[in-house]
Write a protein that binds this ligand. Structure first.
Ligand SMILES: [Zn+2]
Ligand SMILES: [Zn+2]
Length: 264
């Protein structure tokens, strides 16, 4: 069994809870420790039961609660060496406290196998994670500038895919964001648009993914409805019926999303 629940998703904070019913991991801790602890308690999980923490990259919306959470649990914290360096530069007390892992490397947490893969984003060395049990697989991938074939290979084949659907192209074009920031977002080391996410979602569903969770939705340049509609339309146009062939969820900003369970 793999359970996955976004505790928060978006540029104001990201954290995702994943469990096989025995061990508990967090991917990112980008909201306050108080909120992480509160959302976990709604899932009947104590923070001290966290077995490992994996960080995608050092942007504050992914590490805000990390220091306080690390003080409340003995769980090891994993990230790429580049992200470990980035965290150390931002939070002195965490310098040297992060265990470095490389893309392609697998960490065993109980019966969960967590494999890191590279993602293109404007940081030292951002990564996404593929979490597997014997029979199930979930992938968490946000903060992605582009999806090339290598990255696509890491996104496909999961039962549940939490994928970034950051911005609507038209909303971004007309938004009040300064030009340099717009260029950063659409660039190869920025974020995925709804259309780019939809293209991956179609391929994932064609390869058997049963749950797609749209995440990291921009507050200024997107809406949950726009993201949902873009992906829903692309799936339907490809002959895939959302709600029947694949379940489509939107991870809400600023609060816990649905708990998605695969397997028994
Ligand atoms: Zn982010
Ligand atoms: Zn980022």
């Amino acid at each position: 069994m793999i359970k996955i629940c976004p505790l928060a998703s978006g540029s104001n904070g990201n954290s995702t809870y994943i469990s096989d019913g025995k061990v508990n991991i967090l991917i990112d801790t980008g909201i306050s420790a108080t909120r992480i602890i509160g959302e976990l308690s709604m899932l009947k999980v104590g923070i001290s039961a966290t077995d490992a923490i994996f960080i995608t990259h050092e942007h504050s919306d992914h590490i805000t609660g990390l220091l306080k959470i690390s003080e409340r649990t003995n769980a090891p914290i994993y990230a790429s060496c580049g992200t470990a360096r980035g965290i150390g530069e931002r939070i002195d007390a965490l310098r040297g406290k992060i265990k470095c892992i490389r893309a392609g490397e697998t960490v065993k947490v109980g019966n969960l196998r967590v494999t890191a893969f590279d993602t293109p984003h404007d940081t030292y060395e951002s990564m996404g994670y593929r979490i597997e049990t014997e029979n199930e697989c979930a992938v968490v991938a946000t903060d992605i500038g582009r999806v090339d074939d290598t990255l696509l290979g890491n996104l496909l084949g999961a039962d549940t895919l939490l994928l970034e659907s950051n911005y609507d192209k038209r909303r971004l074009r007309y938004s009040k964001y300064p030009a340099f920031l717009k260029e950063r977002i659409v660039g190869g080391r920025g974020h995925l648009s709804n259309d780019e996410c939809a293209a991956v979602a179609v391929k994932a569903a064609e390869e058997g993914t049963r749950n797609i969770i749209l995440g990291h939705i921009s507050a200024e340049n997107n809406t949950p409805d726009d993201a949902y509609t873009a992906v829903h339309t692309a799936l339907t146009q490809s002959g895939i019926i959302p709600g029947v062939d694949v379940m489509l969820y939107v991870a809400p900003r600023g609060k816990r999303g649905e708990l998605v369970v695969v397997g028994e």
